[in-house]
Write a protein that binds this ligand. Structure first.
Ligand SMILES: *Cc1c(COP(=O)(O)O)cnc(C)c1O
Length: 222
């Protein structure tokens, strides 16, 4: 897509968002110049699904932005992810949390994370089910190099809006419940949910962070 269209899209979406909602540009498959155009129009956070793709693009982005990992993270990529990203939105297991804590310690960094909820409960997708959430939170509170800042969910693909709403609502309920937990390394302030075709519903249901790709950059062809 041409750079002026990307800039127009970014400005339109930013203008449409309530003040308390943060926009993450989901940048998978986009060129560094496309991402750069989006940043010129006001993007402050760029999200990537793969560690390697972020590593390839990051050196070409000269503006100062935050980088979020929004794809499934394998434990053998954690070291690099901790170096590259300002937040990992997709923590869904004790094993992954432990690896992040260990590499954050090595890097002398406190790593902000979100827990990814598999609200749709489909076994093929990533994220932890709500019934296992408390056990993961209980473990994370013992990890000094992690700062738990909220929850993320994908919702479900290509389903009717009422069903998406139900998943967002369940995740919001878990978010509100965890907000009452007061511990040094837990501050529940981000609820990341909603994509191009669902972000308006997600915001109605309490999202504070939306991850948008297609609506900013156009259709993906790769
Ligand atoms: C691609 C992606 C998005 C954005 O999806 P669009 O439909 O292109 O807006 C959001 N979150 C994650 C995790 C993604 O992989």
């Amino acid at each position: 897509m041409d750079y002026d269209s990307i800039k127009t899209n970014v400005r339109e979406v930013l203008k449409s968002l309530p003040e308390h909602v943060t926009l993450v540009a989901a940048a998978k498959t986009r060129s560094a110049d496309e991402v750069s155009a989006a940043i010129d129009a006001g993007i402050k956070i760029v999200g990537y699904n793969y560690v390697q793709e972020a590593a390839d693009i990051k050196p070409h982005i000269l503006q100062s932005v935050k980088w979020h990992m929004i794809g499934h993270l394998q434990t053998n990529k954690v070291k690099k992810a901790v170096e590259l990203f300002d937040m990992i939105e997709t923590v869904d297991s004790i094993k992954l949390a432990d690896a992040i804590d260990r590499h954050a310690n090595d890097a002398g960094k406190i790593m902000p994370i979100l827990i990814e909820i598999n609200s749709a409960g489909e076994s093929s997708k990533n994220g932890i089910s709500i019934e296992h959430l408390d056990a993961l939170v209980d473990h994370i509170r013992t990890l000094p190099n992690i700062q738990l800042e909220g929850l993320m969910t994908m919702g479900a693909y290509a389903i009717d809006p009422d069903e998406a709403r139900r998943y967002f609502r369940e995740t919001k309920a878990a978010f509100d419940r965890l907000k009452t937990v007061k511990l040094a390394n837990i501050t529940m302030r981000h609820l990341s949910m909603g994509m191009s075709d669902s972000y308006k519903i997600a915001i109605e249901e309490g999202a504070t962070m939306v991850r948008i790709g297609t609506r900013l950059f156009g259709e993906r062809y790769k």
